[in-house]
Ligand binder design. Structure first.
Ligand code: NAP
Length: 282
């Protein structure tokens, strides 16, 4: 029987996961259809009843369902439990297991595509939303030395910093403004943008979360926004001779991690990259 897999989110017109996951399934000769399941929040529970009884075998989960899925699966992996969000569901027997591959995908991309090992490094993380939380936990697990969280809404950054301080003391939250950014920018080796600033059709597509003249040259700048590939932050960092990593790498690696959980096979990385780049018109 053909396996049914897919991505669950709303809206989904922007998602390129079906392109690179279907390409990987086809390449590995796995008889499966990878769907784009655009499910409104009110319909999520009944959708879960369907996938329990059908020949569903796994799914990615994206905005706005990652937190709600925590309650709807039967079991959580340690990372999904820690982050409080599910971005990957695996059906094992008749049980649905929720995983979170955003953090592990982020770290794999850093190491594989930027040759950057976060161990012992000082990091500025811009944003305090769902992706930021997964990334912060993964960075702490990778034994970074210091973490500064800069967020537009300081309260939200403070809340995240307080949670993280329970596992690592060297965590601070600051406002996302020029004056507050000056100190960490003189001190860090890695800058990560995990806000929606710079995203096509997002709240502020033409802006950079850090003023161009403040970006140091001796850092790695990782923007997890992947559309456009060259965000205003990436363009500014390049102008300042900093090393850069775009968001496509995290996207593909969280997908690679998911593919490996669903199939117990090594993911065909080159095939997935080619399909993702084609879908984005790169
Ligand atoms: P989220 O939970 O809604 O968090 C959004 C974050 O962006 C918050 O920190 C928010 O600050 C900040 N923000 C939004 N608009 C802003 C603006 N105009 N000025 C300043 N800050 C602003 O979203 P998320 O799930 O974490 O996703 C964030 C971004 O990461 C999205 O662009 C998403 O596409 C991308 N992402 C990429 C990957 C990947 O694999 N590459 C994976 C996950 C997410 P406040 O707290 O002040 O509202």
């Amino acid at each position: 029987m053909v396996k049914q897999m897919g991505i669950i989110g709303y809206p989904l017109s922007h998602s390129i996961s079906p392109d690179f996951q279907q390409a990987a399934l086809d390449y590995c000769a796995i008889d499966a259809n990878f769907h784009s399941w655009e499910i409104q929040p009110d319909d999520l529970e009944s959708f879960f009843q369907n996938i329990r009884t059908s020949n569903f075998s796994g799914a990615s989960v994206t905005i706005p369902h990652k937190e709600k899925c925590v309650e709807l699966v039967d079991k959580l992996s340690p990372s999904a439990n820690l982050v409080g969000a599910v971005n990957c569901i695996v059906k094992t027997g008749n049980k649905l297991v929720g995983h979170n591959t955003d953090g592990t995908g982020f770290i794999r991309a850093l190491k594989a595509k930027a040759n950057f090992n976060p161990k012992g490094k000082k990091v500025l993380l811009i944003g305090a939303g769902g992706a930021s939380k997964a990334i912060a936990h993964a960075l702490i697990k990778s034994e970074i030395a210091e973490l500064t969280i800069a967020n537009r809404t300081l309260d939200r950054g403070d809340r995240l910093a307080r949670q993280l301080k329970l596992i690592m003391p060297n965590v601070d939250a600051i406002d996302l403004n020029r004056k507050a950014l000056l100190k960490p920018l003189g001190n860090v080796q890695l800058i990560v943008n995990s806000t929606s600033i710079g995203m096509k059709n997002g709240p502020d597509p033409l802006a950079s979360p850090i003023p161009e003249d403040l970006i140091p040259s001796n850092v790695l700048v990782n923007d997890i926004v992947y559309n456009p590939p060259d965000t205003p932050l990436i363009t500014a960092a390049r102008k300042n001779n900093a090393c850069t990593l775009g968001g496509l790498d995290m996207l593909v690696y969280q997908g690679i991690e998911a593919f490996e959980l669903w199939t117990n096979k090594d993911a065909p990385e080159t095939i997935m990259y080619a399909a993702a780049e084609k879908a984005l018109g790169i």
